[in-house]
Design a protein around this ligand. Structure first.
Ligand SMILES: Nc1ncnc2c1ncn2[C@@H]1O[C@H](COP(=O)(O)OP(=O)(O)OP(=O)(O)O)[C@@H](O)[C@H]1O
Ligand SMILES: [Mg+2]
Length: 234
């Protein structure tokens, strides 16, 4: 399949006062359509910054990012919000559900913003939670809340699914279930999935592993025979 995302010499610098802090430097990489990508690296190395940049949640200070036919780094703020809303689904470590809305309402939120999404009940069914549609986040386990977050992210059928430590807050068994769901998004639904994790075992399920170190991509490894989530020995 063709290339979906290209980063060319991408850098990100934050300033504390006038002191520059170069968080990413000279990043070059490509992500293919339908690829399963895992990003690994020490805490503070720049993984989340890189992930956010792929989905237009954060802007590059230098370099160029293209997504399909769009040059993300040239988009206006308005175009960037439309890009994020339509093309990018995001799953975080701590679910980020709205506590006063039910599972169904959390998943249906995007349609309130005028985004074309699948029926929220259908999205909940895909993650095995249609039976919990009327539950509030506080009435669900961590794993169930994360599955609602996945349903919310996939309901809009995004071309890109970004996950920042999606299993970080979950126990092993629940983490496996969530990982299986995310893998199915890639392997069955042919969606491009990029996942940041501290779990080095996840390298085995990826088509491509991007190692980040001190703000640079230190190594990119491609797997010709990625494993299924079930085959990992946790
Ligand atoms: N908004 C910001 N302003 C200033 N510095 C930031 C900002 N966001 C991130 N940083 C800095 O950028 C560096 C990389 O942060 P990032 O969150 O990308 O790391 P990470 O690899 O995801 O770490 P972790 O594994 O702990 O989540 C860190 O030194 C962090 O302090
Ligand atoms: Mg992070």
């Amino acid at each position: 399949m063709g290339v979906l995302i290209t980063l060319e010499n991408v850098g990100k610098t934050y300033y504390s006062g006038s002191v520059p802090h170069e968080v990413l430097k000279g990043v070059n990489l490509t992500i293919d359509e339908g690829e399963m990508v895992v990003i690994l690296g020490p805490s503070g190395s720049g993984k989340s910054t890189l992930l956010n940049m792929l989905g237009g949640l954060d802007s590059a200070t230098s370099g160029q990012i293209t997504f399909g036919e769009k040059t993300v780094t040239n988009l206006t703020d308005r175009q960037l919000s439309a890009f994020r809303a339509i093309d990018v689904g995001i799953i975080f470590q701590f679910y980020n559900l709205i506590p006063t809305l039910t599972a169904e309402e959390n998943v249906g939120l995007m349609s309130e913003l005028g985004i074309d999404i699948m029926d929220p009940i259908e999205a909940l069914r895909l993650v095995g939670l249609d039976g919990k549609k009327n539950n509030f986040p506080s009435q669900m386990s961590g794993g169930q809340q994360q599955r609602v977050a996945i349903a919310r992210a996939i309901a809009k059928k995004p071309r890109l699914l970004l996950c920042d430590e999606p299993t970080g807050a979950l126990d092993t068994e629940t983490g496996k279930e969530v990982l299986k769901l995310l893998c199915a998004q890639c392997r069955e639904d042919k969606r491009t999935v990029v996942m940041v994790t501290h779990n080095t075992l996840f390298a085995d399920i990826a088509d491509k592993v991007i190692y980040v170190k001190d703000g640079t991509v230190s190594r990119i490894v491609t797997n010709d025979y990625p494993k299924e989530a079930d085959e990992l020995n946790w």
